[in-house]
Each structure stands twice: as C-alpha cells, then as structure tokens.
Write a protein that binds this ligand. Structure first.
Ligand code: FES
Length: 145
C-alpha cells in the first residue's frame, strides 16, 4: 500500500498513530510501515498530504506571512503563527492565482480577498474560498480536507 493511499483510507486521527520517524521521513507514494488503527474516534477529514517543515521546500513556512503552493493548495503561516491552507482556485473566475498576503488570501488576478476562514472580504471574493484544515505534529504539517 502506498503512503498516500493509506493515509486517505484511515483518516486524521489514525495517521498520528504512525511512528514519528515515518511521518518525518515519508513523502508521497512511499510505502510505509504502520500500526493498524482501532477505528474509534476517527475524524472525518481526509489527509491530502504532509509537509516536512524542516525541508528546504518548506522554508517559506517558517516565517510569519510566508506561503508555499503544493497540489493547488496555498499553505501559509499567518502573522499569529498558525498554519492555514486554501485552494489556489479563485471563486471569482476560477483562476489559479490565490496567494497569501497581509494575513489573508488574495487572488492576484482581480484582487479577490478572503479571510483565513474563507469568507470573502470584497466583491470579487463574495463567493468565499475553500479552506483546508491543517494539523501540526512536531515538524510535520498535515493538510486535510
Ligand atoms: S479570478 Fe480571482 S479575482 Fe478574479
């Protein structure tokens, strides 16, 4: 079983039953060892992918206001230090230009603005924005549906 298939099949809670070493070192598509979850109290969110915050690719997530884009998702570190994530696909005209600026999501196409909960902050952003859940466990940031 591939890692991403496994994580999608078990949900968030069980994902953290995995050994820390695996979470820190695995990347997409790798085979992983695991301890079978007992299936109780599993949240309904599905793990989309994880980010190793100690990796070079995640450098922008170490500073407040920084962001990266992975798999059409903007992942950012807010000015308060919380990790937030949203789709890059804007609800105004479906352009993939959503970024993170001044502590909010901003589409650079026409200027749609969204708060960290996905609420539109101007007319271009009035349809809101899909937000993803984030979970930080040591140096591993998990993005969930
Ligand atoms: S497509 Fe994003 S503001 Fe127009």
């Amino acid at each position: 079983m591939k890692r991403n298939e496994f994580l999608k099949s078990i949900g968030t809670g069980a994902a953290f039953i995995l050994t820390t070493g695996c979470l820190g070192g695995c990347s997409k598509g790798e085979d992983i060892p695991f301890i079978a979850p007992n299936g109780s109290n599993l949240p309904s969110n599905t793990v989309l992918f994880t980010i190793d915050l100690s990796s070079e690719e995640a450098d922008n997530l170490l500073k407040e206001g920084g962001f990266i884009i992975q798999d059409d998702i903007v992942i950012a570190k807010s000015l308060s230090g919380a990790y937030v994530a949203a789709t890059v696909i804007c609800t105004h005209e479906s352009r993939k230009e959503v970024t993170f600026q001044k502590n909010e999501f901003l589409c650079t196409a026409h200027g749609a603005r969204f708060d960290q909960s996905g609420n539109g902050l101007n007319d271009f952003g009035k349809k809101g924005l899909k937000i993803y859940q984030t979970l930080l466990n040591e140096n591993v940031l998990t993005i969930l549906t």
